[in-house]
Design a protein around this ligand. Structure first.
Ligand SMILES: [Zn+2]
Length: 200
């Protein structure tokens, strides 16, 4: 299977090319087009561990290779946030398109019992087919994509409401607007280290 050079380098570094790594590379291509450039795009990864090296490869903000990996679970696998425009893109990976075909899964089970090279070759064909479909197919076939606009309304203590209108948290430190909904930083869904980055 012909693999793009930068993905081949990534796979070498991670010892093998997996569907998850291929998907990370494919999503990376998509977000580069979506945001035009990634100079001011923050990236968070909460899903498959192999998405982390793929995102580190494209991350440049706040520094090359830096991505946010939240300790707690999040309702998305990847989250991109463009600070100047407040545009966010959330990605949820669909589980079933990432699975091997029934034949591939059967071969995988057989390989666990018997490491016959012929079985391994057949399994590799199935795996290559899945990876190829990820690399050439529309990214929407493998993920749900959701975009939102988020802007910082105020950090002026005098203008702050006593409570967040959504979670009722007292004395919010800032107010934001997400798709027309006024809320505190916690309710915005942004990662805590991203909250107060925008000045306008
Ligand atoms: Zn709130």
């Amino acid at each position: 299977m012909l693999v793009p050079m930068d993905l081949a380098v990534l796979a070498n570094r991670n010892s093998c090319l997996t569907p998850e790594l291929a998907l990370g590379w494919r999503i990376g291509q998509h977000v580069k087009e979506f945001f035009t450039d990634l100079d001011q795009v923050r990236i968070a990864v909460s899903g498959y561990p192999q998405l982390v090296p793929a995102m580190r490869k494209i991350a440049v903000c706040p520094a090359p290779g830096v991505v946010t990996v939240p300790q707690a679970a999040r309702p998305w696998d990847l989250f991109f946030f463009h600070q100047p425009t407040g545009t966010s893109l959330k990605v949820v990976v669909l589980r079933s398109p990432m699975l091997l075909s029934p034949r591939g899964r059967l071969l995988e089970k057989e390989l666990a019992r018997d490491s016959d090279p012929r079985l391994r070759a057949l399994y590799q064909v199935e795996l290559d087919g899945l990876i190829a479909s990820i690399l050439i197919g529309p990214v929407e076939d493998f993920c749900l994509l959701q975009t939102e606009r988020c802007r910082l309304l105020s950090r002026d203590v005098g203008k702050m409401p006593a409570r967040c209108p959504w979670c009722w948290a007292q004395a919010p430190k800032a107010m934001l607007e997400v798709e027309g909904r006024r809320c505190c930083p916690q309710c915005s869904g942004l990662e805590p280290e991203w909250w107060l980055l925008r000045e306008n």
